[in-house]
Each structure stands twice: as structure tokens, then as C-alpha cells.
Design a binder for this molecule. Structure first.
Ligand code: NAP
Length: 253
């Protein structure tokens, strides 16, 4: 059996783990960073926590006799992606990245694309407004630079108090979110802008359709760049095809 390490924290990683749990050709180990306080237990062995940078991951790959590495982390998990590419190169273990397609603006969308969170805070302007932040917990402090806005923060777990801008209310919720819920959220909170990362995928895209319907502006934070030289597929099905093609791959070849 080939041993596969899946770097997870995404729906694609969970779907891949579920598919591999049913087969007999691969023994999967799913890795979570520990960002979500109560991840749903997967149907394959799993571990939680960082590896300790590139060296730590390379040592883990060796110690656990991993044959194949799949980086199915979120498109914005830039550190982990870089570490995976470097550790795979050092250990000469085959690496695949799963990267879901980006969202693209359509007819009727009012998007402003910005390169990072500070640019997003600046793009909200000088006039106080009500803003929905659907960016997770890590980057909330960037909005302390624009404290005149009122923020509605939606996140899976409650964020650290210290990271919040002064006028912030928190809504704890876990996707997937449906369009009627998102329309209701926009109506209840009366926001005039949403800040989001260009995560892509279906689980959280209803907010974009809701924004289009309500004429709400979307400040869209662009993705970190793709790493050159890493083979990439858009979804779990692509990863399964790649695994099938690598079923005979020996470690270090
Ligand atoms: P990041 O900045 O790229 O990673 C920071 C550090 O967390 C990494 O250097 C690594 O620590 C550890 N880490 C990240 N992913 C890991 C994994 N799957 N297994 C073990 N350790 C991991 O990542 P992030 O943006 O904080 O995201 C953390 C996790 O949340 C990722 O697994 C990602 O898939 C998931 N997630 C992220 C977002 C987002 O918007 N960023 C959204 C949804 C889900 P060491 O260097 O010590 O190994």
C-alpha cells in the first residue's frame, strides 16, 4: 500500500480522504494545521499541528515512510504550500497540489480586486460604512487600520478579541452557506460591502450571488501566486487520477 500524506483543511482534502478510505491501494494520513478548534473527524488516520517548517516536514515524510504528498491546503495557505514544495524536492517525494478554480466576476457584480488585506481595508474608503468580513480569523487585525467602519465578522470559530477592530460584531457560522441565508444576512446586517478572499469553490460562493442581487460591493483579495513547477489539479477527482497514475511510484524516484 502506498502511503499518502494529505495536507488538508479544505473540502477537497476531506473529499479525497473519504474516497481513499474506501479503497485498498493507498493508506492516507490527513494533516490539519489546528486552525479550526473542532475539525470533523475524517474516515482516515489524521494528525493535527505544524511540522516545524521545511526541515520538520521533510523529516516527517521520511520517518513516516510517505510515498506521495498531496498539498490540498487552502489557496491562501501560502507558507504550507511553499514548505510542501521544498520538502518534496529535498526528499524527492512526488507532490501534487490541489487548487480549486478562482471565482471570476460576472454580469452585475461590483468587485474591487486588491492584492492583500491592508489594501482591502484601505479600499473601504474614509467614509464610515457597514462591512461584512468573511476572511477567517488570521487577518482581522488589518482592519484596525480603518477603525471608523462597523464590521460584521463571520467566522467558524470566535476570533481573538485582540485581533478585532473596535466596532465589530461576530457571527460564528460554518459553511456551506445557501443563497437565502446569505440574502438574509445582508438584509439583517445592512452592510454595503463584503470583504472576502478569492477562495473559489461552491461552499462559500453564495455570498457573491447575494451581493450581486443586493448591489453590495465586494472587495476581493487576490490569491497568492502559484508556485512554479508543482503539478496542479483543480479537485479531488483530479487528485485520485494522479494517485492512480502514481500507484507504482517508489519513494525517492
Ligand atoms: P499557512 O499560513 O500556509 O501555514 C502556517 C503554518 O501552519 C505552516 O507553516 C504549517 O506549520 C502549519 N500548517 C498549515 N497547514 C497545515 C496542515 N494542513 N497540516 C499541518 N500543518 C499545517 O496556512 P494558514 O493560511 O494558516 O492555513 C492553516 C490551515 O487552514 C491550512 O491547512 C489550510 O488548508 C486551512 N485553511 C486556510 C484558509 C485560509 O484562508 N488561509 C481557509 C480555509 C482553510 P509548520 O511550518 O510548523 O509545518
Amino acid at each position: 500500500m502506498k502511503r499518502v500524506l494529505i495536507l488538508g483543511g479544505t473540502t477537497e482534502a476531506s473529499a479525497l480522504a473519504a474516497a481513499l478510505a474506501e479503497g485498498t491501494r493507498f493508506a492516507a494520513l490527513l494533516s490539519f494545521a489546528g486552525a479550526t478548534r473542532a475539525p470533523r473527524p475524517p474516515p482516515v488516520p489524521w494528525r493535527v499541528g505544524g511540522f516545524g517548517g521545511v526541515e520538520g516536514l521533510a523529516a516527517f515524510l521520511q520517518d513516516e515512510a510517505i510515498d506521495l504528498l498531496i498539498d490540498a491546503t487552502h489557496p491562501f495557505a501560502a507558507h504550507m504550500k511553499r514548505n510542501a514544495a521544498e520538502a518534496a524536492a529535498i526528499t524527492r517525494i512526488a507532490l501534487l497540489a490541489v487548487r480549486r478554480p478562482e471565482w471570476r466576476p460576472g454580469e452585475g457584480d461590483r468587485w474591487l480586486t486588491v492584492p492583500d488585506m491592508l489594501a482591502a481595508a484601505t479600499a473601504l474608503g474614509q467614509t464610515p460604512r457597514r462591512v461584512l468580513l468573511t476572511i477567517g480569523q488570521k487577518d482581522l487585525a488589518a482592519f484596525q487600520a480603518a477603525p471608523w467602519h462597523h464590521y460584521v465578522v463571520r467566522s467558524v470559530d470566535a476570533p481573538e478579541e485582540a485581533s478585532l477592530p473596535p466596532q465589530a460584531e461576530v457571527i460564528a457560522a460554518r459553511g456551506p452557506f445557501r443563497l437565502p441565508d446569505e440574502l438574509d444576512l445582508l438584509d439583517r446586517t445592512s452592510v454595503s460591502a463584503i470583504v472576502t478572499k478569492n477562495s473559489g469553490g461552491d461552499a462559500t460562493s453564495a455570498k457573491l450571488a447575494a451581493a450581486r442581487q443586493r448591489g453590495v460591493e465586494v472587495v476581493m483579495v487576490a490569491r497568492p501566486p502559484i508556485l512554479p513547477g508543482v503539478e496542479t489539479v483543480p479537485d479531488a477527482a483530479g487528485a485520485l487520477r494522479w494517485l492512480a497514475a502514481h500507484a507504482g511510484t517508489e519513494r525517492g524516484v
